[in-house]
Design a protein around this ligand. Structure first.
Ligand code: NAP
Length: 252
């Protein structure tokens, strides 16, 4: 099996790469940092003896995105994991909205363009898996990050419906808190987040992949996160907004 993973050099994307390579799958890794890409590819090849191709690309740059889309359209991918992304805690009133534009480019537009390219090729072949990394935050109300991740979840359901019966499945994975470079890169304080809430990236990747194999449209890959998602979906929205405000305050 051949899987393309965006953001496959760190955190959740790297964990998916490790789990897939360990079961003998071939990979295409996409990220901006060429040195890190090469190092991750060498590490996986040495540890598991699988072929790993690298594609250096900044998904916020249109020409780079089109190159990755071309790779997705080649027709040999069995799985696409749209994972690249970053934490976002710039306010919605910020005059400088460049980071919001970048978030839409990397976490929405790139997901749409790569999902379309891979989806068309997979549909023609009659099989394939598309995996989009959303978040538990998609059910709450945290600044711009929640709407971006709600878009990913909603888009995944729409794409899954369009591909229904084609042999291609689409899964939105909704993780809660995972220790990666995400929080540090975005300057998000994590000291107030209790230890028990965190889930290991490899553990969650393995559970998510088993949901993907079952063709699940949504995967919430930990019991504690499923409880949180249930509460966020069923509690009064005013309570959800209050908790969202508390969470946002605790991260600043
Ligand atoms: N960590 C959590 O608690 C958590 C929870 C829910 C959802 N998520 C989601 O999980 C996904 C992965 O996050 P993570 O926690 O694993 O973060 P991470 O450790 O910071 O990894 C992010 C990955 O994305 C790549 N990337 C970032 N911007 C890119 C761009 N413009 N073009 C191409 N690649 C780019 C990075 O490589 P380069 O820097 O080399 O480009 C890196 O490989 C994100 O979509 C995030 O929203 C994370």
């Amino acid at each position: 099996m051949l899987a393309l993973i965006t953001g496959g050099t760190s955190g959740i994307g790297a964990a998916f790469a490790d789990v897939l390579a360990a079961r003998g799958d071939s990979l295409v890794l996409v990220a901006r940092d060429a040195e890190r890409l090469r190092a991750k590819a060498d590490e996986l090849q040495a540890a598991h003896g699988v072929p790993v191709e690298v594609l250096q690309a900044d998904l916020a740059v249109r020409a780079d995105l089109l190159r990755v889309a071309e790779r997705c359209a080649a027709g040999d991918l069995d799985m696409l994991i749209n994972n690249a992304g970053f934490g976002l805690h710039a306010g919605l009133l910020a005059e400088d909205w460049s980071i919001h534009e970048k978030a839409l480019d990397v976490m929405c537009l790139a997901v749409l363009v790569l999902g379309g390219a891979a989806g068309r090729a997979m549909k023609a072949r009659g099989s394939g898996r598309i995996v989009n990394i959303s978040s538990l935050a998609s059910w709450i109300a945290q600044g711009h990050y929640s709407p971006v991740k709600a878009w990913v979840r909603s888009y995944s359901e729409g794409l899954g419906d369009e591909l229904h019966g084609s042999g291609v499945t689409v899964t939105a994975v909704c993780p809660g808190w995972v220790k990666t470079e995400f929080h540090e890169r975005a300057g998000i304080r994590t000291s107030s987040i209790p230890e028990w809430i965190w889930v290991d990236a490899h553990k969650m990747a393995a559970i998510a992949l088993s949901d993907v194999e079952k063709g699940a449209s949504i995967s919430i890959p930990a019991k504690r996160w499923r409880v949180a998602a249930f509460l966020a979906r069923h509690a009064p929205r005013a309570a959800v907004r209050m908790v969202s405000r508390m969470l946002t305050k605790s991260r600043a």
